[in-house]
Design a protein around this ligand. Structure first.
Ligand code: ZN
Length: 250
């Protein structure tokens, strides 16, 4: 934990959103860094001030009841218990899939060092698809607009390429958090499919070769370059995702 990282995660930590390991790192850093401790004090004071003096509005009972009713309606039914035969079929399909993966070479299931990171990336991809406002904060098909917009907000510079000649349209970008990591998602479109290209700092990854895998049915391509890790996630054809990832390589 250093001061830059501390500033990125402080608010999430104050809101109790971080895991225990990161919280321990934060406690340790605060014990030895007066600057960050002071910042924490300021945020705490602001929080108390807002709680005490900012106007609050209670939802009327009718609105509350209507929202609860809607939630009730949209609750998914519990999945039917899997039967033995279904399990066998699934196992058979899995072996076929594994064999195909071996033949394809690149598609061998190769988990990221951090499995929960992969989960977070998929969750963020899915969330971005369900909410168009969340998908893109800066809307632009021009990498000379997207890159400077990012530079004002993060302390790293991910690759933003114009791949329109290859059929990948740049839609824009947004800031995102994956776990406690500050990430950027650069958003592309191929036909009707969205590609979220996540990038984040990982000082211990100077370079990592392209790896392809699947996660919850989505294709995921990962690589690292110059201390940045990248993960491209989409439901496009695997060959397209691989092509996209290769085009993004240095
Ligand atoms: Zn500090």
């Amino acid at each position: 934990m250093n001061c830059t990282r501390m500033r990125q995660v402080l608010d999430a930590w104050i809101d109790g959103e971080l895991d225990a390991a990161t919280s321990t790192e934060i406690d340790r850093h605060l014990a030895e860094c007066p600057a960050c401790l002071a910042l924490k004090g300021e945020r705490g004071a602001l929080r108390r001030e807002l709680r005490a003096n900012a106007p609050r509005f209670e939802a009327p009972p009718a609105l509350r009841a209507a929202i609860l009713a809607r939630i009730e309606q949209t609750t998914l039914p519990a999945p039917a218990p899997a039967r033995h035969r279904q399990w066998l079929q699934t196992a058979a399909f899995a072996s076929i899939a594994a064999a195909v993966g071996l033949v394809a070479g690149l598609w061998i299931e190769r988990p990221l060092p951090d499995d929960s990171l992969r989960e977070h990336l998929v969750a963020s991809h899915v969330a971005s698809l369900t909410d168009p406002q969340r998908l893109i904060t800066v809307v632009s098909t021009n990498q000379h607009v997207v890159k400077p917009w990012l530079q004002g907000k993060i302390d790293f510079a991910p690759v933003v390429r114009d791949l329109s000649a290859d059929g990948y349209t740049l839609l824009g970008a947004r800031l995102d958090h994956v776990g406690d990591r500050q990430t950027v998602a650069i958003v592309y479109r191929k036909r009707n499919h969205v590609i979220n290209l996540f990038a984040w700092r990982a000082a211990d990854y100077t370079a990592e070769a392209l790896a392809l895998q699947s996660a919850r049915g989505f294709g995921m391509a990962t690589w690292a370059d110059s201390g940045l890790r990248y993960a491209a996630i989409s439901d496009i054809e695997r060959t397209d995702l691989e092509q996209f990832a290769r085009l993004m390589q240095p």
